[in-house]
Design a protein around this ligand. Structure first.
Ligand code: 5GP
Length: 206
């Protein structure tokens, strides 16, 4: 009865929580997935590659995309725009993939409103604020001013943790990855409401 359908896994949490490391760690174990590459107006960081880590765009280009309704969701984070383009997500869902988003808490809410029936959300955090500060400093890709902004943002974001289905403390990478793997595999079991309704109709008629 269940045809192929794509599902969504939202990962949120402060920069420095280790979301990218976690995804890398579980990528071989979660089947066919599509990692959504966001568009942003923030400056490119050392080591980042255009169209791999983000589609880096100017404010004007981004605002044009907003006007043309090209985003599934977008938000202003740390004073820069970040957004998810609709087209590639639609295609990945139609192909039956697990679509993974690394987006902020505002994005999670927007996705929940639009694709709630097929979405599983996870908030990832380091064990403490001081550990987050240490990780951001060690990464040394950001200025002190940027680090301070990210820390302030993290304090605000963690207040919204109850909006998520799961909460993972990334203290030990192996342990956190093992939990996330189970969540990602379970996320695939979600069935869109319209499919369920069609099934119920057929079930009553037989
Ligand atoms: P960073 O600048 O460290 O790459 O990301 C900053 C924040 O923006 C992170 O919390 C990240 O999850 C969020 N973010 C990245 N892409 C998107 C997006 O497309 N939409 C939303 N709402 N947030 C995003």
């Amino acid at each position: 009865m269940v045809e192929k359908n794509g599902v969504v896994l939202v990962l949120s949490g402060p920069s420095g929580a280790g979301k990218s490391s976690l995804i890398n760690k579980i990528s071989d174990a979660i089947g066919d997935y599509y990692f959504s590459i966001s568009t942003t107006t923030r400056p490119i960081r050392e080591g980042e590659v255009q169209d791999v880590h983000y589609h880096f765009a100017t404010k004007e280009e981004f605002e044009k995309d907003i006007e043309n309704d090209n985003f599934l969701e977008y938000a202003s984070v740390h004073g820069n725009y970040y957004g998810t383009s609709i087209k590639p997500v639609k295609k990945a869902l139609a192909d039956g993939k697990l679509v993974i988003f690394d987006i902020d808490v505002q994005g999670n809410m927007a996705i929940k409103n639009r694709l709630g029936d097929i979405t599983t959300s996870v908030f990832v955090t380091p064990p403490s604020l001081s550990e987050l500060q240490r990780r951001l400093k060690n990464r040394s890709t950001d200025s002190q001013e940027v680090i301070n902004r990210r820390v302030k943002m993290a304090i605000r974001e963690i207040q919204r943790v109850s909006e998520f289905d799961y909460f993972i403390v990334n203290d030990d990478l192996e342990t956190a990855a093992s939990v996330l793997k189970k969540v990602a595999i379970t996320a695939r079991l979600k069935i869109p409401h319209d499919r369920i309704n069609t099934f119920v109709q057929g079930w009553e008629e037989i």
